[in-house]
Design a protein around this ligand. Structure first.
Ligand SMILES: NC(=O)c1ccc[n+]([C@@H]2O[C@H](COP(=O)([O-])OP(=O)(O)OC[C@H]3O[C@@H](n4cnc5c(N)ncnc54)[C@H](O)[C@@H]3O)[C@@H](O)[C@H]2O)c1
Length: 351
């Protein structure tokens, strides 16, 4: 096992076996594509229980790749996790319940998957002496910012305000505790909002794109004044690669995107699809709706990472991906006829 504060050198020396958890989800599937392209000598096992958010269709093109395998299993079941952990060098942990609105309706599922599941993985990673456990987390653990507050950085105190953010915060603390208490070689990243292909149509950008393609309205909370940072998903995958190769064991890295109001994002999608603002339906804020997130990524930039995909250009490419790939998202929406109705319910706070 690598010592504390050691810089990992494992990448250059060996072919790696990665265990990716939640690889059938949005970021996990993009990460697997990225990794197999960039590091074709490595092998990846994808452990995913396939919740409503897990789509093996996102990995159809690599099903036959001999360096890729899928294990259907639950991160909260120690037996599933032990089976998946055999011979693994590096764990990249994405699996989570990830939708804030759902966490307001059913918080305990988030506690179970995000906190207990991460604990089960950490215990197994320790038992099997993995060389690195990378935990994928979110900027939402820090709470919200006012309009002119300085951006979050690695020293910002945690102040989660939704069950999703609190469960991710809990998982971050557990990961850090396994480093300080047992010396498990961990790294953590807290990333801004991602966008790109294979993003489930219940999330803001893909829901708005696909609603407009179907001639429907887009439900925008408040006046669309809330601010998020947006990062193209491939830049997130590259950031994790950078941390695995150059990061310090035991350290956390924040990963930034471009700050936009939700109204700016909505108008841009309308413009790309040639629609006017009459398609916007203003709805109530969700409970505990954080006003603004912004992150300072100076620390990861010092490792050699910076975003390479601009919001404007890659949002347009993302819209085009949804136009060309109805086969991927249409069945998902068809199976969830209440996707907008339930969203309205959450946003209205009438839970
Ligand atoms: N989406 C974002 O903008 C964003 C930003 C920052 C951080 N993150 C974090 O990145 C990670 C991935 O996010 P995402 O948007 O790809 O999520 P997602 O909801 O699209 O995918 C989650 C995946 O985890 C799987 N999963 C859920 N419970 C499981 C369990 N018990 N056992 C095994 N697999 C399980 C699901 O089947 C799904 O494939 C999460 O940890 C999330 O907190 C996401």
């Amino acid at each position: 096992m690598l010592g504390r504060n050691a810089r990992s050198k494992f990448r250059k020396e060996t072919k790696l076996k990665l265990l990716v958890t939640g690889g059938a989800g949005f970021i996990g599937s993009n990460f697997i594509h990225y990794w197999l392209e960039q590091h074709p000598e490595d092998s990846i096992a994808n452990l995913d229980v396939l919740t409503y958010a897990g789509h093996l269709e996102s990995l159809k093109d690599i099903e036959e790749n001999s360096n890729y395998s899928f294990i259907k299993g639950d991160i909260t079941y120690p037996e599933d996790v032990k089976r998946a952990m055999q011979g693994v060098d590096v764990v990249v942990h994405f699996a989570a319940e990830s939708h804030v609105d759902r966490s307001l309706v059913d918080p305990m599922v988030f506690v179970k998957t995000n906190v207990v599941g991460t604990g089960v993985l950490l215990e197994a990673a320790l038992d099997y002496e993995v060389k690195r456990f990378h935990h994928v987390s979110t900027d939402e653990v820090f709470g919200q910012l006012g309009p002119s507050d300085p951006a979050f950085d690695e020293n910002t105190n945690y102040n989660p305000r939704t069950p999703y953010a609190a469960s991710k915060a809990g998982s971050d603390h557990l990961v850090r505790a396994f480093y300080t208490a047992y010396g498990l070689p961990i790294t953590i990243s807290n990333c801004a909002n991602n966008f790109g292909p294979f993003h489930d149509p219940e999330k803001l950008i893909p829901r708005f794109i696909t609603n407009l393609m179907e001639g429907k309205h887009v439900p925008l909370m408040g006046k669309g004044e809330n601010i998020r940072e947006w990062l193209y998903v491939k830049d997130h995958a590259r950031a994790i690669d950078t941390i695995l190769q150059n990061g310090e064991i035991g350290e956390t890295y924040l990963i930034s995107g471009e700050e936009k109001t939700n109204l700016e994002v909505t108008k841009k999608i309308l413009e790309i699809l040639g629609k006017d603002e009459s398609f916007i339906e203003y709805v109530d804020h969700r409970l505990g709706h954080d006003f603004r997130y912004a992150t300072n990524s100076t620390k990861i930039q010092k490792l050699g990472w910076k975003a390479e995909h601009s919001f404007e250009e890659w949002l347009e490419k993302t819209v085009n991906w949804y136009i060309k790939n109805e086969w991927w998202w249409k069945p998902l929406k068809a199976n969830r006829p209440n996707i907008d109705r339930s969203a309205q319910k959450f946003y209205g706070g009438k839970i």
